[in-house]
Ligand binder design. Structure first.
Ligand code: BEZ
Length: 261
């Protein structure tokens, strides 16, 4: 469909009436702007494609209302005072998702110990989720103890940019958002549908973030809870001596290793 719309200036384009070509690709709309003056009958000039701003670390996680397998929720209210691991699944009754949800349920005590609530979303409705949960519990020998959001209209998947049209224009990719107690996005991960995520890594990264939030340290490659840590480069040696009286191994002036605080 082609129509003429008045739109505000886009870079290098006069703020006049522009021809706008809209190609509907399922829920996603690709918009190509064509400057009228440059318009040629058989080769409209594509100037740029509009893409939404992505959710970034430090952004406030968008709030939403949703139906879930635990009843209706408002996201910020549901997670109040907790961290959240919010993750998407391409589709119900699919094999990789079945193993991921089963493993996440089995980690329930680990999440609880870290003040983390898990919540999943997939683009099917809650009654499908409830039927699928029976299969997950039977095949993965666990109890699904966290809510799964029903999102048949893809409102929440769209809000969190979990649909990547070049990968699949209707199903979500495997997204993970780790959100802290202040509702700030602290980590994002995006995996393809065919690759199951590593939920032990999600626990590991939560351990690192909670440790580094409350201590002037960073964690090195492949670090695990309890292992040595790196003294924050922002600390001078005098400041470090006060915070780490047992000292450190100075591999380089910028690389000081100390015991887990
Ligand atoms: C799965 O969960 O197994 C899956 C879902 C969508 C595409 C491929 C695999």
């Amino acid at each position: 469909q082609t129509c003429a719309l008045p739109i505000s200036p886009i870079h290098n384009v006069d703020p006049e009436i522009l021809y706008v070509h809209i190609t509907s690709v399922s829920t996603n709309i690709e918009i190509f702007y064509t400057q009228r003056l440059l318009f040629r009958k058989h080769s409209p000039l594509k100037i740029r494609r509009e893409t939404p701003m992505s959710l970034q670390l430090g952004d406030t996680a968008p709030d939403f209302e949703a139906d879930t397998t635990h009843g209706p929720i408002r996201f910020h209210e549901w997670k109040e005072g907790s961290w959240a691991v919010f993750f998407s699944h391409p589709k119900d009754f699919t094999p990789v998702c079945t193993t991921e949800l089963g493993y996440t349920a089995a980690l329930g005590d680990e999440f609880k110990a870290r003040n983390v609530k898990a919540i999943a979303v997939s683009v099917d409705d809650v009654s499908d989720h409830n039927s699928w949960i029976g299969d997950i519990e039977e095949t993965q020998s666990t109890t699904v103890n966290f809510p799964i959001i029903g999102d048949p209209e893809r409102k929440i998947a769209t809000l969190y940019q979990m649909i990547h049209p070049q990968a699949n224009d209707t199903l979500t990719v495997r997204s993970v958002f780790i959100i802290d107690t202040n509702n700030k996005i602290r980590l994002t991960l995006t995996y393809p549908a065919s690759t199951g995520r590593n939920f032990d890594e999600i626990l590991r990264v939560i351990d690192s973030m909670q440790l580094t939030d409350s201590n002037k340290v960073a964690t090195p490659v492949n670090w695990k809870q309890g292992e040595d840590v790196i003294i924050s480069p922002s600390l001078s040696n005098d400041e470090a001596a006060e915070l780490f009286p047992d000292g450190w191994d100075e591999v380089r002036p910028y690389l000081r290793i100390t015991k887990h605080p």
